[in-house]
Design a protein around this ligand. Structure first.
Ligand SMILES: *Cc1c(COP(=O)(O)O)cnc(C)c1O
Length: 708
């Protein structure tokens, strides 16, 4: 089994990465000198701090100690006269490139490519072996300095999640760079630890007639006001010019940075409270939650286990105590691109600045129109009209109402019921619940008010076995008997999700579609779980090449960032409802929310780049390989994989709580239910993380964590 701390931000002893990221508002603003002075001040205050440079350019590895361009050399000098610490050098440089250029260029020159995931791993690997209490991580240049063509320093910073100490140049125009940097840092959800204003040799930047003293005072004043408005109570340190960086010079700078250093160190637990402090933060959140919040499918008095989450990135969920979990759920199958995807975040920010929301009655906007167009491009042909709603369940309600109104409009007023296979899941609102499996859907609790629908056998023919036409007999019989009462048949194509994670044969869908045509009833596909690539096709309907009359999508529509769903119908259904002045009677307040539409559009753009197919294919292989060892373990009924879905079905219901505890200990996030332990990881999950997810399941079954 892989070591669970291997890629975690915790040391083997459970200590999370501590420190600050020192970033500049640009190149040459005095970031390295400030890092050196902070290092000196913190060391003198008794903290075993190390300056860490993830990437150093302009210096050959052999010349780290001597090159005038080497930051490590500067850090060494900054500690002159300070007692050195055994086994803890002033600085560490993780990557070194000779070309004095941006990291992406300097690395490329040597045939290498830097990326955030690996840089982060290198930083954590260093954290695991060095005896430092905290790191001062120094970036290279400004926040958006590229690490490769897609990622920059800010991406690395947001993956690390450390507070940021910003160093800005105090000169004409410098304030602009600092404010832009502050905005970028806060938009990524990072906290500011402090700001240092460093004087330039020519604050007037060559402009004649500048009142330099006035300019410098005003820069600090405006910045202070801005920080107050943002609610950032952080030290703003004005550094004065030091002519000579000798021991006395360093000491002077260290003194000036003392308030900032104090503030930075105040977030580090002292020896006694090391992890208990962090834990209590999580515990107190869970406690507050328990006195005010209700969780899904849970008791409000007899509390299930609960984990507090601090942040997310890529395929990771970071808990309040710093523990990092590999996500195997995509947050209920929605976060297909992983968390905090930069393109989705950019779309969200841009739309938020422009127009977060307007009512959709009588108004329209570009994000909604563009999203509808993009959806119509990728759904099965014949679907022509998009109705936006707020969640999957509501999309299903809308689909049911569309079917009912369609039948009314053509005079088939007796068609008021729906036919659906057993073991389906379509949501938790009343109408949607009425077409869920009557047993697992808890119909008994609500039977008094649920409309009574017609249920047929679930599609029994496995996806991976030869098709048996007999599996359509039940559908055929019911349609023959009740066809005239049925407004529509509704089902999840190919994969029945929450009702049992069951994969069935595409031929069933083709046969069912034919039966629907013969019975003159509509066919509704609920693609809320299967849409957007999860099964290996953009929509599961493509496996059977069947076109439904109505299709619902949701969950992954916004890449998991915001709630949005769409019910998409054929031109035939739309024109039927609207004939003779008819209108469709539904209109949620937040219909086509512009933020959600903008993010969904960005998510479809990411899908359109085409990487998802390759990603889902490799997840499928990883799942087949990784789950195969579970096949022969005692208690296992079946192991099946389709696209980026992996299922271990047990003979008996599992103990979800004890399994979840086990999984969190192993550093993975899964939420088994009933007899099912299943995986629906984000498409971006790396192979090694897939292995961790699968091994965690195997380990749980071997150790009996599902039984206790
Ligand atoms: C999750 C789901 C729903 C309900 O969606 P919500 O957004 O939770 O309301 C409906 N149908 C299927 C197939 C689902 O997986």
């Amino acid at each position: 089994m892989t070591n669970s701390t291997e890629h975690s931000s915790l040391r083997p002893d459970g200590k999370p990465l501590l420190g600050v990221f020192v970033a500049g508002s640009g190149t040459d603003v005095g970031k390295t000198v400030c890092t050196g002075a902070l290092l000196r001040e913190l060391r003198q205050a008794g903290f075993a701090v190390q300056a860490v440079k993830p990437v150093q350019t302009g210096v050959l590895a052999a010349e780290i100690a001597s090159s005038p361009l080497s930051d490590a050399r500067v850090y060494g000098k900054a500690l002159e006269g300070v007692e050195s610490l055994v086994g803890l050098p002033a600085a560490a440089v993780l990557h070194c490139f000779g070309l004095p250029a941006s990291p992406h260029l300097a690395a490329a020159k040597e045939g290498k490519r830097l990326d955030c995931q690996n840089l982060r791993k290198d930083i954590l690997a260093h954290w695991n072996v060095v005896s430092a209490k905290a790191f001062l991580l120094e970036g290279a240049g400004g926040l958006h300095v590229p690490l490769n063509e897609d990622e920059d320093m800010l991406d690395l910073m947001s993956m690390l999640g450390l507070p940021v100490f910003l160093v800005g140049g105090n000169y004409l125009g410098g304030l602009n760079h600092i404010l832009l940097s502050v905005e970028a840092i806060l938009h990524r959800g990072l906290s500011l630890a402090g700001i240092a204003l460093v004087p330039a040799s020519d604050p007037a930047m060559g402009c004649p007639g500048v009142d330099v003293a006035g300019l410098l005072t005003d820069n600090a004043h405006i910045l202070q006001k801005k920080l107050e408005r943002l609610g950032c109570a952080i030290p703003l340190v004005e550094i004065s010019r030091v002519e000579k960086l000798d021991q006395a010079g360093w000491e002077k700078l260290a003194c000036q940075l003392r308030p900032a250093a104090k503030r930075i160190a105040s977030n580090w637990p002292t020896a006694g409270q090391e992890s208990s402090e962090q834990l209590s933060e999580e515990e107190s959140l869970v406690q507050r939650d328990r006195s005010s919040v209700w969780h899904p499918y849970a008791s409000a008095t007899n509390f299930p286990p609960l984990n507090a989450v601090k942040r997310t990135f890529s395929n990771r969920i970071v808990l309040a105590d710093g523990k990092e979990l590999v996500d195997g759920m995509s947050s209920w199958w929605a976060a297909i691109h992983g968390y905090n995807h930069p393109r989705l975040l950019d779309a969200l920010h841009a739309q938020a600045g422009r127009m977060p929301h307007v009512m959709f009655g009588g108004l329209t906007h570009e994000p909604a129109v563009a999203l509808a167009e993009k959806l119509l491009d990728i759904v099965p042909e014949g679907l022509e009209r998009v109705f936006f709603a707020d969640s999957g369940s509501v999309a299903v309600e809308v689909a049911l109402k569309m079917a009912l109104q369609y039948q009314q409009s053509r005079g088939e007023t007796q068609r008021t019921r729906f036919l659906t296979p057993r073991r389906g899941y379509h949501g938790d609102t009343i109408g949607a619940m009425s077409v869920c499996d009557p047993v697992t859907g808890m119909h008994s609790l609500f039977s008094a008010m649920l409309p009574e629908q017609l249920f047929m056998e679930r599609p029994s023919c496995r996806f991976d076995q030869p098709f048996d036409p007999a599996c359509l007999n039940d559908a055929r019989q019911i349609l023959a008997m009740h066809g005239k009462e049925i407004a529509a048949v509704i089902l999840e194509p190919i994969v029945q999700g929450a009702g049992g994670m069951w994969f069935y044969h595409p031929e069933y869908l083709r046969g069912l579609a034919q039966l629907c045509r013969e019975a003159d009833t509509l066919l509704i596909f609920d693609e809320i779980a299967t849409g957007f690539g999860r099964t290996g096709k953009m929509f599961a309907a493509e496996w059977a090449d069947v076109r439904p009359d109505i299709l619902c999508c949701g969950k992954a529509l916004t890449g998991g960032m915001l709630t949005l769903s769409a019910t998409i119908c054929s031109g035939h259904v739309a024109s039927g409802i609207c004939q003779d002045g008819g209108v469709f009677m539904h209109g949620p307040t937040f219909m086509a929310n512009a933020l959600a539409c903008a993010v969904a559009r960005a998510s479809l753009d990411v899908l359109a780049s085409g990487d998802w197919q390759q990603q889902v294919n490799s997840l499928e292989s990883a799942l087949r390989e990784g789950l195969a060892p579970c096949q022969n373990l005692p208690g296992v009924a079946d192991v099946r994989v389709l696209g980026a879905i992996g299922v271990v079905e047990m003979l008996e219901p599992v103990n979800t709580h004890s399994l979840q505890k086990f999984f969190v200990k192993q550093g993975v996030w899964l939420r088994p239910f009933n007899r099912l332990i299943y995986l629906m990881p984000p498409y971006v999950t790396p192979k090694e993380d897939m292995l961790r997810l699968c091994t965690a399941i195997e380990g749980a079954l071997r150790q009996g964590a599902h039984l206790s």
